[in-house]
Design a protein around this ligand. Structure first.
Ligand code: Q9C
Ligand code: ZN
Length: 694
């Protein structure tokens, strides 16, 4: 099962005949495909045949006039008439080919989604134009004619009986049309991150603000993260993913994820004026691939800087194919206004999502009317500066403010450097496996057969020594690139881990690494050994009291490098996910390790699926160089299952979701999370938005 791609070369024909520089231009399409070809991605995909949408499919979300008006322009050669018709709509041009190509864009998106749902492909991308997320029920808008993503989602609901679909819209513009179409529908969770500028950003709508959270049965299932400042970048977006999107998405547990993937928040895009780097789109993509058993459809929307568009889209496709995720560096605190956006969304949605009920400031009991802007309590609302009424006609030329040539050249050079830095070699994903060959688990788990067995010298004096040699060989083959990741099964692992971590640092020159202790009763030997070493970030999920309590932050300048979550071994997946998304993952991102080592053991109540998901999410880091140690596993179903989920995650295969993570967090774990955030955020400012709001 692999990755699908759908596109049709005719899609270059749709162009603005009276403004050849119009932002939504054919070169967008060609530059993406060219970059995918250069990276040799296209021949690795299954090509899903593009097709026109049927009338019935369009009518699921659009009115008959939406078909007839455009249909009448098909092949029409009177340019003036086309321009005049176009001027009735907000940012739009119509070309004689537009009708046919809009049908093709919508139909191909349906085809991609239906191939995913039929299991013919695991995930896929639609490289299409015209885009769709501004196309409303009965009005064309913002370069869009038919709402490709909404049609595909409605198709999945109606024809395939899906009950939960997540639509993530990372285009810089609010997909107001998609929001409108599913506003009452709890089966579709619409999550959009968009520029807003208090209404000064197109499409200038009040409905794009964060307090628009759905209606009726759909309350809580519409999520807007409006940004009121330009130049938002990787730190702001990753914070939105870690603090909002991922916790909510995991709680929602979708059966399908569709992305309205615009690349206009990317560095260099004149429309968005944001600074997301192309590599960051790999992170967005990979972090959604654990959901819905991997059923992920990425559908092109905007993106108007050809270089960042092509690179961002190609890296998205490469990530769908399972290649390692490029590193993003220099993450910092999210901007103040991004912190406010995150807090505002948490505030208005906290009664609908258990995962949001963790901040002291947000006492759930006191919510009365979520539509009544209770967030005023934290910061003043800035006045809406959008436009409430609709003009008779619109400009039909799309003129971007002229860019200072010096700034443009700088951006271009910056992009070239980023692109050169993230271009990785294609290497097949190999998972190393180190264990005593007599280990019963080896014979019981079929999936082990697909790992690469790590060998060691047979002439060792003891089994323990043989295992330590094997573990070292595993780490060494990861550092050499012979394996991307690996797992090891061993008895009491602390000494072995200490020796191997030292080996990776001292003998192999690994600059920095993260050790995550997920054993239910961690001993503190490992943290003690590295408490003065700033190259090793030691995190532990469960408490190692009495020696290492949450206040223990290591010594002197190594204060940042010990993080203890202090959870109880019998806590549930909800607590573990929360600690992971709120604290461990942001810190791991900011640390930017070159290697991650995880240790786990068979006790504790964390589900195998939860463990697999966490391992998957960590594959975004360190170029996927991850090693997982299973200490003293028993041949029980739960032990075997945990190893299986882990290997599936490392191999990039679909991983199951934990049964139920819908319950509220326990008071003690909420308390641990808050304590850790308070103690750590002076050192890790990625946690900063969690602070008291001024
Ligand atoms: N300076 C999509 O990205 N531009 N549509 C408005 C011009 C129109 C965006 C501001 C943006 C339409 C699919
Ligand atoms: Zn856009």
């Amino acid at each position: 099962m692999t990755t699908g791609i759908t596109y049709d070369n005719r899609m270059v024909e749709h162009k603005c005949l009276w403004d050849l520089n119009y932002n939504e231009k054919p070169e967008r399409f060609t530059s993406i495909l060219q970059r995918c070809e250069e990276l040799q991605l296209l021949n690795r995909c299954i090509h899903v045949k593009p097709r026109a949408a049927t009338k019935e499919e369009l009518l699921m979300v659009h009115t008959p006039e939406m078909i007839s008006i455009l249909k009448n322009t098909a092949g029409f050669s009177d340019q003036e008439a086309l321009e005049q018709l176009s001027s009735k709509y907000d940012f739009l041009y119509i070309h004689p080919s537009t009708y046919d190509l809009s049908l093709l864009a919508a139909g191909s998106t349906v085809e991609l989604v239906s191939n995913i749902l039929d299991g013919k492909i695991k995930n896929g991308m639609a490289v299409i134009r015209p885009p769709g997320h501004h196309a409303m029920k009965s009005e064309y808008c913002g370069y869009c004619f038919y709402n490709n993503v909404a049609i595909a989602a409605q198709y999945a609901l109606d024809n395939q009986g899906l009950k939960r679909i997540l639509i993530v819209d990372w285009d810089i513009h609010h997909g107001q049309a998609t929001q409108q179409m599913f506003y009452d529908d709890p089966r579709v969770l619409y999550f959009s991150i968009h520029g807003y500028q208090n209404g000064a950003f197109w499409p200038h709508l009040r409905e794009s603000d964060y307090h628009n959270i759905g209606r009726g049965a759909g309350l809580g299932y519409n999520i807007n993260v409006p940004m009121n400042e330009i130049k938002m970048g990787n730190s702001d977006y990753m914070a939105i993913f870690h603090q909002l999107l991922l916790p909510i998405a995991y709680e929602f547990n979708p059966e399908l994820v569709i992305v309205s993937a615009g690349y206009d928040a990317a560095l260099g895009c004149p429309e968005g004026e944001m600074e997301v780097t192309p590599a960051c789109y790999s992170h967005f993509t990979n972090s959604l691939m654990g959901l819905a058993n991997g059923r992920l459809a990425v559908v092109l929307e905007g993106g108007y800087c050809l270089k960042s568009l092509a690179e961002g889209a190609a890296l998205t496709l490469r990530t769908l194919l399972g290649d390692p995720v490029p590193l993003i560096q220099n993450l910092d605190a999210p901007k103040k206004s991004a912190q406010q956006a995150i807090m505002s969304v948490m505030y208005v949605l906290r009664r609908y999502w258990n995962c949001l009920q963790h901040l002291e400031e947000f006492n759930v009991q006191e919510i009365k009317d979520p539509m009544n802007l209770p967030e005023d309590k934290f910061w003043p609302r800035i006045e809406f500066v959008g436009s409430d009424e609709k003009p008779e006609t619109y400009a039909t030329r799309d003129i971007c403010p002229a860019q200072d040539p010096k700034v443009a050249a700088e951006l271009d050079a910056q992009l070239d450097a980023l692109i050169a830095g993230t271009c990785l070699d294609v290497q097949p994903n190999r998972v190393g496996f180190a264990a005593n060959p007599a280990e019963p688990i080896v014979t019981q788990l079929e999936i082990i057969q697909r790992c690469h067995m790590i060998q060691t010298e047979p002439s060792q004096t003891s089994l323990a020594e043989e295992m330590s040699g094997m573990f070292r060989n595993l780490i060494s083959s990861i550092l050499d690139g012979a394996c991307r990741s690996g797992i090891a099964i061993m008895e009491n692992s602390s000494e072995n881990l200490i020796q191997t971590l030292k080996y990776a640092i001292d003998s192999r020159g690994t600059k920095n690494m993260m050790f995550i202790d997920m054993r239910s009763h961690p001993d503190c030997k490992i943290q003690r050994s590295f408490q003065e070493d700033v190259r090793i970030l030691c995190a532990s999920l469960y408490s190692a009291l009495p020696l290492d309590d949450v206040e223990f932050v290591g010594l002197t300048d190594s204060k940042r490098y010990i993080v203890n979550m202090d959870l109880q071994p019998n806590c549930g997946d909800a607590e573990i996910f929360s600690s992971f998304f709120r604290v461990l993952l942001p810190i791991a991102y900011q640390f930017g390790p070159q290697l991650i080592v995880i240790a786990t053991d068979p006790s504790g109540t964390m589900s195998a699926e939860c463990f697999g998901q966490i391992v998957h999410l960590l594959t975004s880091l360190a170029g996927g160089r991850l090693s997982v140690t299973f200490e003293n596993p028993l041949v029980t179903n739960s032990s075997l299952r945990r190893i299986q989920c882990c290997v599936q995650a490392l191999l990039g295969e679909p991983i199951d979701m934990p049964g139920e993570i819908h319950h509220r967090l326990s008071a003690t774990s909420v308390c641990s999370i808050r304590t850790v955030i308070k103690a750590r955020n002076p050192y890790w400012n990625a946690l900063q938005f969690n602070m008291q709001v001024p």
